[in-house]
Design a protein around this ligand. Structure first.
Ligand code: HAM
Length: 409
């Protein structure tokens, strides 16, 4: 039997209910915040991710679904959404237009990671990207949006916050850090050896326990920020305090993608095991120019949908629409006509098998219908339909034409 690939799951209808509820809730909140939907292709030129997510990142270095297509192009399945949205922003010359552009998106992402609980090779993100706002208020807006979304879904969380500095303070910090790494070089893991050369700050979130113990003494990013970055970080904290959004400063939070500067944040859940990051984001003011666009400030985030699904507190299911059935085969055409008419505005599901009223009531219950509508020999002869409202527990018999006309009105 052919199975789906490891780390790539089907989403069955029974699970999609949660998925859809998440998408509706998150999209509605994004729209309320003034964001507009954007969709970009799943497949992009490999160079896009090399130049944005960064060659030194694990995502580009080890996890890309990369191949040569039939035209000889080096392409890959997108491992994340930001790069594609930035490409579209530049390609469609929105950078040249100026002003503020706010987008949201959702869809599958692909990373060739070792699958485990909460870590898939094909997973889904809901993300937003905001272009053109320099103010740290926009960074706060991002965090408020994630917080609002998680609150609306009933998901408990913690927020980790850091500042990664900018081109004024980062180069000097990086040098300081490299000197520190060199001072303990004999004891660090091979991955950190590599990171020291490619992107030294990534050593700070090394998972190796030996390295972690060493880096306790490493110079801290937050203590090496320039005045501008420090002042923005203080303002951000004040805004979050004013909005009663709790946070923890995590000086080792460096994120797994190379394009960030200044604000970096992650939302984590303590209820889903080791893959606890449910959302991540931050500012990336240099990325647009790295991808040949006009320098434009930008900030965004993405939520990992699969990691959230089991945490969502679903609203009580409400009974909806009609279940229609016939008690004899001759009544089936009338039932079909009624269903066709109802479907102009309502959910209407037909059972094609002639059976008893009791069996139809059970069927209506099974699909959580609000109304059970049945036609038997008597109703057919009288041109009526029997309807039970399964919420109000009220029964009535209506002329079939009345029902059809009502729905067509
Ligand atoms: P990221 O932190 O790599 O950021 O991913 C965002 C979220 O996607 C994570 O917090 C996690 O919930 C989920 N996720 C990541 N990898 C997996 C996986 N293998 N299986 C299941 N879920 C996963 C980004 O992708 C950035 N583009 C976010 C961003 C947008 N920054 C600025 N704008």
């Amino acid at each position: 039997m052919i199975q789906s690939l490891r780390g790539m799951n089907d989403i069955l209808s029974s699970e999609y209910e949660r998925f859809e509820y998440f998408l509706t809730t998150a999209s509605e909140i994004a729209k309320r915040y003034g964001f507009h939907y954007i969709e970009t292709p799943l497949l992009e030129e490999t160079a896009l991710f090399k130049r944005s997510v960064g060659e030194s990142s694990d995502i580009v270095g080890k996890e890309m679904y990369q191949f040569t297509d039939k035209g000889g192009n080096d392409v890959c399945l997108r491992p994340e959404g930001t790069a594609g949205v930035v490409r579209a922003f530049v390609q469609h010359k929105l950078d040249k237009k100026g002003g503020i552009h706010r987008f949201y998106y959702h869809g599958p992402m692909f990373r060739y990671e070792r699958p485990q609980k909460g870590r898939l090779r094909e997973f889904h993100q809901f993300g937003v990207e905001s272009f053109g706002v320099d103010s740290v208020y926009e960074d706060a807006l991002m965090i408020m949006m994630v917080s609002d979304t998680l609150k609306a879904l009933g998901i408990g969380h913690r927020l980790k916050l850091n500042s990664l500095g900018d081109q004024n303070c980062m180069p000097a910090y990086r040098e300081k850090l490299v000197r520190f790494i060199e001072s303990c070089e004999d004891a660090i893991c091979p991955d950190c050896e590599r990171r020291k050369l490619t992107n030294p700050i990534r050593v700070l979130d090394c998972k190796n326990e030996g390295c972690q113990a060493l880096y306790v003494k490493a110079p801290k990013l937050i203590e090496n920020l320039c005045d501008g970055c420090l002042s923005d970080f203080d303002t951000l904290k004040t805004i979050l305090d004013n909005h009663a959004i709790g946070y923890e400063i995590d000086t080792n939070l460096v994120r797994g993608l190379d394009y960030y500067s200044k604000t970096a944040f992650e939302f984590v859940s303590d209820d889903i095991g080791s893959q606890s990051a449910i959302a991540g984001g931050g500012r990336y003011d240099r990325l647009i120019e790295f991808l040949d666009g006009k320098s434009t400030p930008a900030v965004g985030f993405a939520l990992g949908i699969e990691r959230l699904l089991e945490l969502i507190v679903m609203p009580e299911p409400t009974r909806r629409g009609y279940y229609l059935g016939a008690m004899d085969p001759e009544s089936i055409p009338d039932i079909l006509k009624a269903a066709e008419s109802l479907r102009q505005s309502e959910k209407a599901v037909v059972d094609y098998e002639a059976k008893s009223l009791k069996a139809h009531l059970k069927g209506a219950d099974r699909i959580n219908a609000r109304y059970c509508a049945v036609i038997g020999e008597n109703e057919r002869k009288e041109g009526t339909i029997w309807i039970k409202d399964l919420v109000e527990k009220q029964e009535s018999t209506l002329p079939l034409t009345h029902l059809i006309m009502k729905e067509n009105a």
